[in-house]
Design a protein around this ligand. Structure first.
Ligand code: SAM
Length: 226
C-alpha cells in the first residue's frame, strides 16, 4: 500500500542530489536546496516499468534530467540497479536518469512544480477495461489538469498503447481538453523520441515481436486563449 514509500510534501522536499549526484553541487548545503539555480527534472516517464525508455533517452539528451515513476516496488528496485550498473560500466554516462517508487495518479504534484516539465510519457499504460474502472486510467480529463500544470507551454505528452479502445480514449481525453492540441504528423515524423515509444520500451518490443498494432497520441500543451 501507499504507506510503504515516502511521499514528499512538495517538489522542493525531494533531495535530487541522491538521484543525480553529478548534476548537484557536492556537500548538499541545505540553504541551496530550494535554489532556482539547481537543475530541474524536465522529462517524466509515468509507469516506467523496466526503464528501457529512460535508458535510450539518457544518451539522446545527456544534459536533460529525467525520472521514471513506478508503482511496483520490485520493478523500481530493478530500474535503480540497472541505472547504477550502467553508470558503473560507462563512467560519466546515465547520470541524468533516475526512478522513484510512487503512485503517480496521487502524488505527481508532490514531485513537479508549475511548468517544470517539457515531456511526459505514458507508454503502454494498464488498460482498465471495465467502465467502472475507467477512473483508474492514468489519462483522464481530471488528471490532464495536473499534467497541464506540470508541463510548460509547448511541452509534449506522448502516449501509446496496443489496446485500441484505450488509444481512442487517451486521444479523446486530450482532444477534449482545452490546454492540449495534437502534434501534426509531419512533426512526429521528425521527432526522434517518437521512434523510441515502441523500440525502446519493453512493452513496445513485446508488441513488435508479436506483430501487434499500436495506437499513439501525442499532444502539445498550449496556452489558454484569452
Ligand atoms: N511504460 C513501460 C513500457 O512501455 O514498457 C511499462 C508499461 S506497464 C504495462 C505499466 C506500468 O505502469 C507497470 O509497471 C505498472 O506498475 C505501472 N503503474 C500502474 N499504475 C501506476 C501508478 N498509478 N503510478 C505509477 N506507476 C504505475
Amino acid at each position: 500500500s501507499d504507506s510503504h514509500f515516502p511521499i514528499p510534501i512538495s517538489p522542493s522536499d525531494v533531495d535530487y542530489s541522491q538521484h543525480f549526484p553529478h548534476f548537484f553541487p557536492s556537500g548538499g548545503e541545505d540553504e541551496n536546496k530550494n535554489s532556482e539555480l539547481l537543475p530541474k527534472i524536465r522529462f517524466a516517464d509515468i509507469g516506467c516499468g523496466f526503464g528501457g525508455l529512460l535508458i535510450s533517452l539518457s544518451t539522446l539528451f545527456p544534459d536533460t534530467l529525467m525520472i521514471g515513476m513506478e508503482l511496483r516496488d520490485k520493478v523500481t528496485e530493478y530500474v535503480k540497479e540497472r541505472i547504477l550498473a550502467l553508470r558503473a560500466t560507462n563512467p560519466g554516462q546515465y547520470e541524468n536518469i533516475s526512478v522513484v517508487r510512487t503512485n503517480s495518479m496521487k502524488y505527481l504534484p508532490n514531485y513537479f512544480g508549475k511548468a517544470q516539465l517539457s515531456k511526459m510519457f505514458f507508454l503502454f499504460p494498464d488498460p482498465h477495461f471495465k467502465e467502472k474502472n475507467h477512473r483508474r486510467r492514468v489519462i483522464s480529463i481530471q488528471l490532464l489538469d495536473e499534467y497541464a500544470y506540470a508541463l510548460e507551454v509547448g511541452g509534449i505528452i506522448y502516449t501509446i498503447t496496443d489496446v485500441e479502445e484505450l488509444g481512442v480514449w487517451m486521444r479523446s481525453c486530450m482532444e477534449d481538453h482545452p490546454l492540449f492540441t495534437a502534434v501534426p504528423e509531419e512533426e512526429l515524423d521528425l521527432d526522434p523520441v517518437v521512434k523510441l515509444l515502441t523500440s525502446a520500451t519493453e512493452e513496445g518490443q513485446k508488441v513488435a515481436r508479436n506483430g501487434g498494432q499500436t495506437f499513439k497520441a501525442v499532444y502539445r500543451r498550449i496556452a489558454l486563449e484569452d
